[in-house]
Structure formats: structure tokens, C-alpha cells
Design a binder for this molecule. Structure first.
Ligand SMILES: C[S@@+](CC[C@H](N)C(=O)[O-])C[C@H]1O[C@@H](n2cnc3c(N)ncnc32)[C@H](O)[C@@H]1O
Length: 299
């Protein structure tokens, strides 16, 4: 949090007091700023690395795998075809998707002040998103805008039955991890955060843009989610954009990272990029894929 305080207060001295209050962290005294000049995607990588080192189990169980800049930018671009309205990122992490969403608006400052809603269960990530997005898009002295953004940043379990913040559209890269049974959701038997998030988004928003790995959505156990999406598409909606992760670098990036377990058929049908991992990594990956295949088998 001190690294986030350092980079954001240096960038927006006029907002420094509020940024320190929000982050509850002081900038480094010696001007040291390890996040200076990093993109939001690179900050996400640092955050992932930090939690992987401090608590890799928690990272896996809450599915903290962030979207790279090029994928986030591509997704955000789809929002240009949506009508005006409020946008929610229901699991924003350090703000990768929301940052790119703001960047493609005609008036990013107006968007950040009044139409962006951030949600995450991880308080440190959520507050970092507020600070990083506020510092990049709000004017030097726009303390009111920063407070408004902060007031629309909610630390909560997105899946809890409590009513969601008012919103029109959603941009989301859901967590990828096994989840406890979630009563009330049609996809409850999948026991996957991915399905639970997409169902809640598809049934609450007027339109949404989602990372939707083809390997996930195509698996037999997600038939129920495909039904939910088909029905949601039949309703009177603004727009639904499902972004399928079929790009070769993205699939390999996720697979080598261990973030998204892919069925063997998808992975082995995907050409291998130039920089391959060593044999031990590939052997471990193959074992994990076999387990995934077994898990995803019907029945
Ligand atoms: C796949 S990451 C996506 C983060 C960011 N939106 C991005 O695209 O880079 C998923 C995020 O979901 C959050 N998360 C996990 N379970 C959650 C829950 N039940 N409610 C809200 N957020 C949750 C994690 O803390 C993590 O930041």
C-alpha cells in the first residue's frame, strides 16, 4: 500500500492527503517509488506476485489472476457499442479492467467521478484500484471526484445475497477457483466461482463484457451456465459481449501461470509459443490438466 501511496501522491500532489487517507498508508519517505512508470497490468502482476509469495493458497482460493493490458484494452473497447450508463467491475482487483474502461471513455474524468462502481472482497486490492484510477484520470485538485469514486468502491462478497450497488453494465474477469455450494443460483452444482459470477452478472446487469475462457464455457458441466446465458440473451438487454480467450498467447500465459486449468484437448491443440517452460514445469502442468479433465468429466 505504501508503494501505491508513493506513486499516486507523486503523480497527484493535489490529492495526496485524500489518497493517504484512503490507502491508510504513507508514501516512502526517501521518494522511492517501485511502481513508478508501470502500467496497470504490470501493477496487477506485482500484486499477484506479492500475494503468491505471501499466501499462495489464498491467492488460488480467491482466484486472483489479473487481466493483462492488451486483453483488458480489447475488452474495454467493446463498451463503445453500449448505451451510456453506470459500469460495475464486480471483482476489480487492482483495477485492470476498470482502468482500461475509463481510458476509452470520451470523458474519462467524468466517468470515474460518476459512473464507475468498484467491488472486490480484497480490501487492499480494492483501495489500490481507487487510488490508481483516481490518480490517473481525475484532475489535479479533484478531491470531490476522488471521494465520490471511493464512496462507490465496495468491499464485499459479490455473491452474497445483499442487494448489489445500482449499475447498468458490467465488465468482469471472474475468479477461477472452486467455490462452496451457492444456494439460490441455478449454476450451484458446478461449484465454480466462474459460473456463479457470470450467472449473477448475466441476471443483474443490462449488458456485460466478460472474460469467458472457451475451455470453461464448453465443458459439459457448464451446460447450465450456457442455458442461463441463452435465456439472458433472449431478454430485453442492451448488449452482451462474451470475450472468448482463444488467443494463443493468452491461453499459454494462463496455463503456464497455473491460473486457469485447461482441459487437455484445448491446451494440446494450441501451438506452443517460442519461450517454453522447462520440462519439470510442463510435467507438472500435464498432471494438473489430467486432474482437471477428470474433474470436468460428466457425472
Ligand atoms: C481473476 S481476478 C480479476 C481482477 C481484475 N478485475 C482483473 O481483471 O485483472 C478476480 C478477483 O476477484 C476477487 N474475488 C474473489 N472472490 C470474490 C468474491 N466472492 N467477491 C468479490 N470479489 C472476489 C479477487 O480478490 C480478485 O481480485
Amino acid at each position: 500500500m505504501r508503494a501505491v501511496a508513493s506513486v499516486t501522491t507523486a503523480q497527484r500532489p493535489g490529492l495526496a492527503e485524500d489518497l493517504v487517507d484512503i490507502l491508510e498508508a504513507e508514501p516512502f519517505e526517501d521518494g522511492h517509488s517501485p511502481l513508478a512508470a508501470l502500467t496497470i497490468g504490470e501493477v496487477g502482476v506485482c500484486y499477484e506476485a506479492l500475494i503468491a509469495l505471501t499466501d499462495s493458497t489464498a491467492r488460488k482460493s480467491s482466484g486472483q489472476y489479473f487481466t493483462p493490458d492488451d486483453a483488458a484494452h480489447f475488452m474495454a473497447g467493446q463498451s463503445r457499442t453500449f448505451p451510456d450508463g453506470g459500469w460495475m467491475d464486480p471483482c476489480c482487483g487492482v483495477g485492470n479492467l476498470a482502468w482500461h474502461l475509463a481510458s476509452v471513455q470520451n470523458d474519462p474524468a467524468e466517468f470515474v467521478q460518476g459512473r464507475l462502481i468498484l467491488v472486490d472482497s480484497d480490501r487492499a486490492a480494492l483501495l489500490s484500484a481507487v487510488a490508481l484510477i483516481g490518480a490517473d484520470f481525475l484532475a489535479q485538485g479533484d478531491r470531490e471526484g476522488l471521494r465520490a469514486l471511493h464512496s462507490r468502491a465496495v468491499q464485499r462478497d459479490f455473491l452474497s445475497p445483499a442487494p448489489l450497488p445500482q449499475h447498468d453494465h458490467v465488465i468482469v474477469n471472474p475468479p477461477y477457483a472452486r467455490a462452496p455450494m451457492q444456494p439460490g443460483l441455478r449454476t450451484r452444482a458446478t461449484r465454480e466461482f466462474f459460473a456463479f459470477f457470470i450467472e449473477r452478472v448475466a441476471t443483474s446487469a443490462r449488458g456485460f463484457i466478460a472474460v469467458t475462457p472457451a475451455s470453461y464455457l464448453a465443458a459439459p458441466k457448464f451446460q447450465i451456465l450456457r442455458d442461463v446465458l441463452d435465456e439472458a440473451n433472449d431478454e430485453d438487454r442492451d448488449r452482451a459481449a462474451l470475450v472468448l480467450n482463444s488467443s494463443i498467447p493468452y491461453i499459454w500465459w494462463r496455463a503456464l501461470d497455473g491460473g486457469v486449468p485447461l482441459p487437455k484437448g484445448v491446451l494440446f491443440g494450441t501451438p506452443i509459443p517460442d519461450c517454453a517452460a522447462d520440462d519439470a514445469t510442463l510435467a507438472a502442468l500435464a498432471r494438473e490438466l489430467q486432474e482437471t479433465e477428470d474433474m470436468a468429466a460428466p457425472g
